[in-house]
Ligand binder design. Structure first.
Ligand code: SAM
Length: 321
């Protein structure tokens, strides 16, 4: 049968399949269902008594994932941000019924999906003309344009520097707000143009560098979706939701995200990174780290799926209490 579902190649798939325990009647929580790529591969390896909870804040992704997975009876899909799902009554009721002892495997494949990046109408891409939206949950929250309208030069520059690691944050913030006030900021290409006024596109392109708008788009997307704000707390809640011996696998796509995952895991593993004489009381050790340095895509994966180049997988195993 023909399908119109856009292709999103799941990253680090072999590594995820190797890392996550899938016993008979496995209980799996996927905090970022996306287009169901990892879910499809994981469900294929699970028996009929297994149960799979898939969470995504994007209505379009949820619908496409369900279509792709053929409305598998083992799958329950939850419309929620992952930072809220542990408090959502529907999810709590499902977990009490299907996973009262906790999950064997939890996956968080952070960031945006190919569907979001490639759909011009979602406003994530600086290559396509689209509205300045960038919301993952298209049913609520501020669009990127509404968010920019609420910033002054200082707060916008701070976001570009913090979430985009943009060295020219101040100049770009000024250029974006000038375009806004002159009525030249309505679309993704307008935003990209405001960046190119500060960092011209051509030299970067000639030298094979990333497009100069990449960091600004990343920063605004992270701010609009509040992507980093509760990540550490969510990881802590996910660890609490594992059964002893269960594993949490997290794939991050940029250094800010990965730093939060790494530091949270190290803290929950009882490893203190700060200066010795200020060391606080050690926390109870909840997890052990599998591959402490994290895993990156293999050469073969990089060749087959170049966008996987910035992905890093970290895995933690819940210790018996
Ligand atoms: C990289 S994609 C996941 C792809 C998926 N693993 C697959 O193989 O198809 C990330 C997904 O997470 C969702 N997402 C991002 N942040 C989220 C959040 N805070 N809560 C829930 N979903 C989120 C996005 O909407 C997107 O669909």
């Amino acid at each position: 049968m023909m399908t119109t579902t856009p292709v999103h190649i799941p990253v680090l798939l072999n590594e995820v399949l190797e890392a996550l325990p899938l016993p008979p009647a496995a209980r799996i929580l996927d905090l970022t269902l996306g287009l169901g790529g990892h879910a499809e591969a994981l469900l294929r390896r699970c028996d009929g008594d297994s149960r799979y909870a898939g969470v995504d804040r994007d209505p379009e992704a949820r619908a496409l994932a369900q279509e792709r997975l053929g409305h598998d009876p083992r799958l329950a899909v939850f419309a929620s941000a992952h930072e809220e799902v542990f408090r959502q009554p529907d999810f709590q009721a499902w977990k009490a019924l299907h996973a009262p002892q906790g999950f064997d495997a939890i996956l968080a494949d952070l960031g945006v999906s190919t569907l979001q990046l490639k759909s011009a109408s979602r406003g994530f891409s600086f290559r396509e003309q689209g509205p300045l939206d960038m919301r993952m949950d298209t049913d609520s929250g501020m669009t990127a344009l509404e968010w920019i309208q609420r910033q002054d030069e200082g707060t916008l520059a701070y976001a570009l520097k913090t979430y985009g690691e943009e060295r020219l944050a101040k100049l770009i913030a000024r250029s974006i707000l000038t375009a806004l006030h002159e009525g030249r900021l309505a679309t993704t290409l307008d935003l990209a143009e405001a960046v190119y006024k500060v960092i011209p596109r051509e030299p970067a392109k000639r030298k094979g560098h990333a497009d100069p708008a990449t960091r600004t788009f990343q920063a605004i997307r992270i701010a609009v979706n509040g992507e980093l704000e509760r990540l550490a707390a969510t990881l802590g809640e996910a660890i609490q939701a594992l059964r002893p011996g269960g594993r949490l696998a997290v794939i991050s796509f940029h250094s800010l995200e990965d730093r939060i995952v790494k530091q949270t895991f190290r803290r929950l593993a009882g490893i203190y990174d700060g200066p010795g004489r200020f060391a606080p009381e050690p926390l109870p050790k909840l997890i052990t780290l599998i591959h402490p340095g994290g895993q990156e895509p293999s050469e073969a994966e990089l060749a087959a799926n170049p966008p996987s180049r910035s992905a890093r997988l970290r895995v933690a195993e819940r210790l018996p209490q």
